[in-house]
Design a protein around this ligand. Structure first.
Ligand code: AMP
Length: 494
């Protein structure tokens, strides 16, 4: 038995149903995909990979990259996808840390990679070596046995503070989460998912693909996010999983509206906070209420708004089935009363096996009773619904008072003419930290800082007032749409 393979891939053997549709009009059936995965598994074992070995994959988003993931699962190899934007010297760090037996890179960037480690290098993408090699391999492979505690993947955290750490994900971690999401969102073989996320991150790889594989969902694989393609595909689809930026971009396009979303069943958002305003505006324009969920690399998904029942703007919903969530005092670890702000802690089969080669770091982030410290601050209401107020590391302490940036951002965002904002702290001799607000005006709007100040400050306690405002044309974000406050802080200080 192979926990993940048996659930996600094996059941599709021989199926003629469509799995992938790519930008060039190519379609791949589920049955053909399972055969392609077997060919990839042969490539891996013939390259000398043993169960438990790591394979680093920095490759374009294409059907064969997904087949390589499936082939790695089937061969018992640990899959380690990397952000395609990483430079060869950044990739070097991951290679040194994970000690892979094989590195698969885009032919375009392979030169920088080869020769840097003892690992073999192969290429995937236009003109790459793996695909033609796989063509000649048998279409079935004797699946390597793997239990639920065996590693299936090593996913490096985005590392916006400190060095990036490898989160060890077991077969059981990934499968339990796929099962929970799939049933909660009622995914089926009648769905057609628009997949516009990168496949090197938990969102695009596990949340989107593992659930689709489990449900037999048809997947329209978009190589890159493109508003034009998305608008063309929406009328033929039922599901979209996106980061908040997808939704703000759709709302900013005059072609978007009720007429293109009639066949859609569900819009899901995650990986970064969705503004309540985006949620409301989206409903006004389309009649659909975006379903927001929350999770992180180390834990897979933790909470989700309900499919039936209220999807409340600004909240991330309830703990998933089989997942325990509690809110605690970050200092003492004591569970707080409902409504109080504290750290989100999570326990369940979804929670990872620890950080690769970092047992002390792992121990620091796990309570003795198995709860993982997410680093996210939130409240939980009487119903168990969670509302995130920010990252613990983004918490500003000014003059001894705690300031949750989101509270100030919400007030700023509600001002006419302000599109979005980011509030962060910078070192300050008098207060320890000073509150700074970066604001992005709506297109064509000239913002008058003094009138923003005058309208915002009466609603906030004095210690929360931004000491300084910066007007930007956009906020710095990473590929998953997260605002990079570290970048804002550095810019501010220089
Ligand atoms: P990553 O490991 O890259 O998926 O990042 C995980 C972090 O993204 C979480 O710890 C949260 O801070 C943030 N995040 C994910 N989903 C949401 C959400 N729906 N709302 C607010 N923050 C989110």
């Amino acid at each position: 038995m192979n926990t993940l393979y048996d659930a996600l891939f094996a059941p599709h053997a021989g199926s003629g149903a469509t799995f992938l549709e790519t930008d060039d009009g190519f379609t791949l059936s589920y049955g053909a995909f399972v055969e392609r995965a077997a060919q990839m598994a042969h490539v891996l074992t013939e390259a000398g990979l043993q169960p438990g070995d790591r394979i680093v994959v920095q490759a374009p988003k294409m059907a064969d990259t997904i087949a390589l993931y499936a082939g790695a699962v089937q061969a018992g190899v640990v899959y380690l996808p990397l952000n395609t934007a990483y430079t060869p010297s950044e990739v070097d760090y991951f290679i040194g840390d994970a000690e892979p037996a094989l590195i698969v890179s885009d032919p375009k960037s392979a030169d920088g990679i080869s020769g840097q480690s003892g690992a073999k290098v192969m290429t995937l993408g236009e003109g790459g070596t793996i695909s033609p090699l796989a063509d000649g391999k048998p279409k079935s492979f004797e699946t390597v046995k793997r239990g639920k505690n065996d590693l299936a993947a090593l996913l490096y955290t985005s590392g916006t503070t400190g060095r990036s750490k490898g989160a060890m994900m077991s077969h059981g971690n990934l499968l339990s989460n796929a099962i929970a999401l799939c049933s909660l969102w009622r995914m089926s073989n009648k769905d057609r998912l628009i997949h516009a996320l990168p496949i090197f991150h938990t969102h695009g790889l596990f949340v989107a693909l593992n659930t689709s594989l489990l449900a037999g969902t048809r997947v329209r694989l978009m190589t890159n996010f493109s508003l034009d393609v998305l608008l063309e595909e929406l009328p033929r689809s039922t599901l979209l999983m996106g980061v908040p930026t997808f939704y703000t971009r759709l709302l900013g396009d005059s072609r978007f509206g009720r007429n293109v979303t009639e066949s859609m069943r569900l819009f899901i958002s995650g990986s970064a906070p969705l503004l309540a305003e985006t949620h409301t505006e989206f409903e006004r324009i389309t009649g659909h209420r975006i379903l927001e969920r929350y999770g992180m690399t180390e834990t897979n998904m933790i909470t989700s708004n309900p499919l039936d029942g209220d999807r409340i703007a600004g909240t991330v919903g309830h703990a998933l089935p089989g997942v325990d969530v509690r809110i605690t005092d970050p200092e003492t670890g004591k569970e707080l009363r409902r409504g109080e702000i504290g750290m989100i802690e999570v326990r369940g089969e979804n929670v990872f096996q620890g950080y690769w080669h970092l047992p002390e770091k792992t121990a620091e982030e796990l309570r003795p009773d198995g709860f993982f410290l997410t680093g996210d601050l939130a409240t939980m209401d009487d119903d168990g619904r969670v509302t995130i107020v920010g990252r613990a590391k983004d918490l500003i302490i000014s003059g001894g008072f705690n300031i949750y940036p989101k509270e100030v951002e919400d007030v700023l965002n509600a001002q006419p003419g302000i599109l979005e904002s980011a509030v962060y702290g910078v070192p300050n001799a008098d207060f320890g930290e000073a509150v700074i607000a970066a604001i992005v005006p709506e297109p064509g709007v000239e913002i008058d800082i003094e009138s923003v100040r005058a309208s915002v400050e009466p609603t906030l306690a004095r210690f929360k007032h931004p000491k300084d405002y910066r007007v930007l044309t956009s906020l710095p974000r990473n590929t998953m749409g997260k605002v990079q406050k570290n970048v804002l802080r550095t810019q501010h200080m220089s």
